[in-house]
Design a protein around this ligand. Structure first.
Ligand code: KG4
Ligand code: ZN
Length: 366
């Protein structure tokens, strides 16, 4: 079964064709990062307009690379949410038009569920056991979400915890914005951290005892006050730009480097994510652990999670970095497993929703 996936929830315009939920026949992504970079964040109106311009060429390229045309497809799937409303709408309108004009079944997919399904895609000989070792715990960490899930079977999700304020990716992006490093901040902080000392600054690791929720806004505030107290002009973007790029000033004011701050900040996020996820796996008697979302690209997170899972003898699954960030192959994969289950979504499940929760499409299979 071949499915065309379409992803437009934020600032990546993507189209992909996936066979039987696991084999990527094509995977095309047009990043809008350069359009948003000067604003150090995503501008929703610019994102919607860019999706409108980029999506049809992406679909054309995805079909061409898969050596298929629309008539060969078994279904079309698009991201219903969560995401930016205007951006989601662009994907839906184009997916619906193609579905209607070519008489193909249409599925609306929850974006974060898609991030989980990235784990099932085969790349460079990497395969995932079939059936999956369930029950599992999954940590989906992106720019807008930090969700810890208990997965008892495919399509049956229980959210154990989520962030009460900033998502992990958002925290990275906000620190990078404060330091005038650029956008998206996660990869830049990851890179800078390699030259830094993770123990240079002692930053908070909010544990929220008795809960699987996260909170990252205090961490960002701590970094802000640390810089403010050291006399950094945090209100002045120009002043920060100058100072942030001056290693001598960092040494003089903080006795450490920008790289040290990035590494300490990253360590606080990674430690919190690893500790909570492993605890959840223990409580749920999980047989495996899955990662997904853009922050799962983080070198230190992958390293520390792997080490922790090794200690617990827990199989860890994590997509390769290009499949951790937003892509359309994960949307096509999720759609395949929904279709295969025989639970073809009702018409109402095609509506877009900026804060769409996880949907238990397999709820009665318990
Ligand atoms: O999943 P994603 O591509 O889009 C959303 O659904 O939000 O995630 C994007 C987020 C951004 O916040 C970005 O800074 C973060 O993932 N990110 C990273 C890394 N690569 C991307 N965060 C930390 N380390 C990275 N290497
Ligand atoms: Zn995402």
């Amino acid at each position: 079964m071949r499915i065309l996936g379409i992803e437009t929830s934020c600032d990546e315009t993507a189209a992909a064709v996936v066979e039987n939920g696991t084999r990527i026949l094509s995977d095309v992504i047009a990043s809008q990062a350069s359009l948003h970079a000067e604003f150090l964040g995503v501008v929703p109106e610019i994102a919607s307009r860019a999706h409108l311009e980029l999506l049809l060429p992406c679909i054309q390229k995805a079909l061409c690379e898969a050596s298929l045309d629309l008539s060969h497809l078994d279904a079309i799937a698009f991201t219903r949410g969560p995401g930016l409303p205007g951006a989601l709408l662009m994907g839906k309108v184009i997916a619906q038009t193609l579905s209607w004009t070519h008489s193909k079944p249409l599925l609306g997919i929850q974006h974060l569920e898609g991030h989980f399904f990235s784990n099932l895609l085969q790349t460079n000989g990497r395969t995932v056991p079939d059936p999956l070792p369930l029950p599992a715990v999954a940590l989906i960490v992106s720019g807008g979400h930090t969700d810890l899930l208990h997965i008892r079977s495919l399509g049956k999700y229980h959210v154990l915890g989520r962030t009460l304020d900033d998502a992990a990716g958002e925290a990275f992006d906000k620190l990078a914005k404060l330091l005038r490093m650029g956008y998206p901040g996660g990869p830049l902080i990851d890179r800078a951290s390699r030259a830094g000392n993770p123990g240079a600054f002692s930053l908070p690791r909010p544990t929220l005892p008795g809960s699987f929720n996260f909170s990252f806004s205090g961490l960002k505030t701590s970094a802000l006050y640390l810089l403010k107290d050291a006399g950094f002009p945090i209100q002045s973007p120009k002043g920060m730009e100058k100072l942030a790029a001056d290693p001598a000033q960092w040494r003089r004011r903080l006795g450490a480097s920008l790289e040290d701050l990035c590494a300490s900040f990253q360590e606080a996020i990674v430690d919190t994510l690893v500790q909570k996820t492993l605890h959840a796996a223990q409580v749920c008697s999980a047989r495996s652990l899955f990662l997904g979302g853009g922050v799962a690209c983080n070198r230190r997170l992958r390293e520390k999670m792997k080490r922790a899972c090794g200690r617990e003898n827990l199989p860890l699954f994590c997509p390769p970095p290009p499949l951790c960030t937003d892509n359309a192959a994960m949307i096509a994969s999720a759609a395949y497993f929904q279709l295969r289950s025989g639970k073809f979504p009702k018409k109402s499940s095609l509506s877009i929703h900026p804060s769409l929760p996880f949907i238990n499409w397999n709820a009665e299979h318990d």
